[in-house]
Design a binder for this molecule. Structure first.
Ligand SMILES: *[C@@H]1O[C@H](CO)[C@@H](O)[C@H](O)[C@H]1NC(C)=O
Ligand SMILES: *[C@@H]1O[C@H](CO)[C@@H](O)[C@H](O)[C@H]1NC(C)=O
Length: 805
């Protein structure tokens, strides 16, 4: 703009020269930016013009089209600043910068050229086009790299233009600038020290441009540098070793621990991936690493008994492949998850009942894989059994007997062993041992009764079983098999084995022979019961056998004695009173009891009206007055019966002579004896008598010898058993047997004896048929019977009148 204006001024100047006369030329120099009205120059004086001319010539300034910076004061003849002049606006960078105008006068027309040079003053500060500069520089940039900066602009020229630059701070960068040949500058910033984003991510620098004016003016621009990340940092774990505890049997998914690493880099360079490095062990089967979060979770079974700790090696890597590693040490905490296991190392299933206390029955080993309290095991036995557990060494137990065993009480035991650990809650297990107690022959057979007594009727068949003894043995099997043995002893000098035998297996006692009550009434022996143990045990029992009487003996008439040839007659005087005791039949029965209870009856009589027989006592008495009509010879037959079943009897013939004198009797009896036979062949009788006498003589000799021999033997046989043989005078065998069992025996003994003494003592004693007799004192009875025995002898020998013919 101003250039075009210039061109016009020059053209105008040429034009004017051609038209008018150019009278002179003047130049001034003023600084720019002078205030309005400031004096530029005294033109009147400088052109040599007076004020009148100026007025008359209507002097004026001609600038052409250009702006009117200048005004002319005609009064004073000076040029003044009309508008402020900005050199930079007027000329830009062109130097020198001048204003050209003309002062034109009329009348005559003349003009004068005036040039005003405008000089620069430092009125512009250096300035940058932008407010700030933003740069992004990678931290990995090497030193020496240049960064071109936009230069500053200063409208002033010359010395007032830009003189230098500064860059602050200078930690990383230095500034280089140089003037370019065409004007302007080349400003560069050079990296001198490597950047580290991790230390300083943002930087702010100040670039300052300084001009050369006075005073100096400066312009600033801020340079914002963002340091771009490079993957120059490896991840770093917070801890090199992580420790964690987990309980065994923890649920899958349980997070054990979390590792974390940091990477100082940024963005993708700081993304860390975690992984487990273990290769050889089973860690990867048990633990899983979350690659993003670093959480270590359980995925397998944690068993303290298998693995007590784990060491996990963990790697952290960033995307750029930089890594770090750490260790996780995991200790497994024991849980009481194992029950004690009981194993039987050796065992006896049978033990003898005589085993000593402390005998080892079973050895037990108990294992609990848990640790600490969880693995401490105690064992117990079921109560109230004669066993106890002995702890030998750690976890080994022996089951021993605690006291004496008795198979007969308990033949076996189920021993329950319970073992429990001391964990909380405690776990336990148990095992049952069955133990048999084997038998030892420690029990002797025991008879069912302390003694046995049995009775047996006499005249038994040999081999008859009498009764059975029985013994029991508490032992078992062989030890309880009882056999019965007859203990050898002698009864009446004869071995008991010839009386009885015992069946070894059954204990049945058999009679070996037929017994005769009249010979043996009872006997005792012992039976031994012996078991089959080794050694055998035995016990014995006393057995008493009582022989029961049977009515196997007929009554024996002792008096009157029955003779073969001679006739004995009892004499009854004709003067005899009623009730005269003719004689007394004395009979005995060797049986006892009822079997020996005798009764007397008159069976036949010459005159039944004359005599009677005492039923009980056998006394023959007259029942009426004897008369002369009664025959001298009277014959009575008395039958003696015992009371046995069936009863046995004997008869006795009694001759009674009813006469006052002996000759009468004699004559009668002679007749009585011989009257029928007298006339028979006497010779025949004499020969017969001689033969009979000879025969009888020989028989007698033999008989006497036999009897002698027999008696001698019997005495030897029964020397202990007392007088059992009936002797005369006879008293009944059981008479002295005050300890006898049957009450009847006493009664009958008494009765028999009384009959001998009845004449005097008929009414002395009550008839012995009632219980009053049974209650008799035995010692009294004995005394009594002895007294009576004396009398038997006396009475018969003294009081009886006997006739022997
Ligand atoms: C032991 O146990 C067995 C089986 O349970 C049983 O038959 C037997 O009678 C028991 N023995 C004892 C002595 O309790
Ligand atoms: C019989 O038993 C008694 C004790 O009851 C004993 O003293 C005796 O020796 C036994 N006799 C025999 C032969 O065993």
């Amino acid at each position: 703009m101003w250039k075009r204006t210039m061109a016009r001024q020059v053209l105008l100047f040429v034009y004017l020269l051609s038209l008018t006369s150019v009278r002179g030329q003047v130049s001034y120099s003023i600084p720019e930016e002078m205030p309005k009205g400031s004096l530029v120059g005294n033109i009147a004086q400088d052109l040599g013009l007076d004020f009148k001319r100026l007025k008359s010539g209507k002097a004026r300034i001609y600038t052409g089209d250009s702006a009117e910076y200048i005004s002319l004061d005609k009064e004073r003849g000076v040029i003044l600043i009309k508008e402020r002049i900005d050199r930079e606006a007027l000329c830009g960078q062109t130097t020198p910068c001048a204003l050209h105008f003309q002062v034109i006068l009329e009348n005559p027309m003349e003009f004068y050229s005036v040039t005003i040079e405008v000089t620069d003053i430092n009125d512009n500060t250096p300035s940058f086009e932008k407010e700030e500069i933003r740069l992004k520089i990678s931290e990995s940039t090497i030193t020496g790299v240049k960064f071109t900066l936009e230069p500053a602009v200063d409208l002033d020229v010359g010395i007032n233009g830009i003189k230098s630059y500064t860059l602050l701070p200078t930690n990383h960068f230095i500034l280089r600038y140089k003037h370019q040949p065409g004007g302007g500058h080349n400003v560069e910033m050079v990296l001198q020290k490597p950047l580290d984003r991790e230390k300083e991510e943002y930087m702010s620098l100040m670039l300052t441009a300084v001009d050369g004016g006075d005073p100096q003016l400066v312009g600033n621009i801020k340079i914002h540098i963002t340091v771009l990340d490079a993957n120059d940092n490896a991840p770093v774990f917070h801890q090199s070793v992580y420790k964690a505890n987990i309980r065994e049997n923890v649920a899958k998914g349980f997070v054990v621990t979390t590792v974390s690493a940091v990477d100082s880099d940024e963005g993708s360079n700081s993304i860390i991936d975690y992984s487990i490095q273990n290769i050889q062990d089973n860690v990867r089967q048990v633990f899983e690493m979350n690659g993003d979060s670093g959480q270590v979770a359980v995925i397998g079974d944690i068993d303290y008994e298998k693995t007590r700790n784990y060491e996990i090696r963990v790697k952290a890597s960033d995307r750029g492949g930089l890594t770090d590693s750490c260790k996780i040490i995991i200790d497994v905490i024991d849980e009481n998850d194992n029950i004690p296991s009981i194993s039987i190392m050796s065992k006896t299933s049978v033990i003898a009942e005589d085993s000593e206390p402390e005998t080892v029955v079973t050895m037990i080993n108990v294992q609990d894989p848990d640790s600490g309290e969880n693995g401490k095991v105690k064992c117990f036995l079921s109560e109230n059994i004669p066993f106890r557990l002995k702890s030998t060494t750690n976890n080994f137990f022996s089951l021993v007997t605690d006291s004496d065993l008795d198979r007969e009480k308990d033949s076996g035991y189920n021993i329950s062993v319970m073992c429990s650990d001391e964990g909380s809650p405690s776990l336990s297990s148990s095992v049952t041992l069955s133990l048999q107690i084997s038998d030892v022959n420690d029990n002797a057979p025991v008879f069912e009764r302390s003694s046995y007594e049995a009775s047996l009727p006499e005249n038994n068949t040999p081999g008859l079983s009498i009764f059975t003894v029985k013994a029991r043995d508490a032992d078992w099997n062989q030890n309880a098999r009882v056999s019965y043995i007859l203990q050898d002893s002698s009864v009446n000098g004869i071995s008991v084995s010839s009386y009885v035998s015992v069946s070894a297996d059954t204990g049945v006692i058999h009679a070996v022979r037929s017994f005769d009550y009249e010979q043996i009434k009872d006997f005792q022996f012992r039976v031994i019961a012996q078991d089959a143990g080794s050694p055998p045990l035995s016990s014995n029992v006393s057995v008493k056998i009582l022989i029961q009487d049977q009515n196997d003996n007929s009554p024996q008439v002792l008096y009157p004695v029955q003779t073969g040839g001679s006739v004995v007659a009892e004499m009854v005087p004709r003067s005899a009173e009623v009730g005269y005791l003719v004689t007394k039949v004395v009979a005995v029965d060797v049986d006892s009891g009822q079997n020996a209870w005798l009764s007397y009856k008159l069976q036949k009589a010459t005159d039944r009206a004359l005599f009677e027989v005492g039923l009980q006592n056998g006394e023959i008495r007259t029942v009426r007055q004897v008369t002369d009509k009664d025959a001298v010879k009277q014959k009575l037959t008395v039958v003696v019966e015992d009371n046995g079943q069936p009863s046995r009897s004997a008869t006795v013939n009694i001759n009674v002579a009813v006469a006052d004198s002996f000759p009468e009797v004699l004559s009668e009896y002679t007749d009585f004896t011989h009257e029928k036979d007298y006339n028979d062949n006497l010779t025949f009788y004499l020969v017969l008598a001689l033969a009979v006498v000879s025969f009888l003589f020989i028989v007698s000799i033999i008989a006497i010898l036999s009897v002698k021999c027999y008696r001698w033997r019997r005495e030897r046989m029964f020397y202990k058993s007392g007088a059992n043989l009936p002797v005369i005078p006879y008293y009944p065998p059981l008479y002295a047997d005050v300890g006898g069992t049957g009450t009847l025996q006493h009664v009958y003994n008494y009765e028999v004896c009384r009959t001998t003494d009845s004449r005097k003592s008929d009414l002395k004693y009550a008839r012995p048929s009632s219980e009053s007799i049974i209650s008799l004192d035995t010692s009294g009875t004995q005394t009594l019977t002895y007294a009576q025995r004396e009398k038997v002898n006396g009475d018969i020998s003294h009081d009886q009148v006997r006739v022997f013919l």
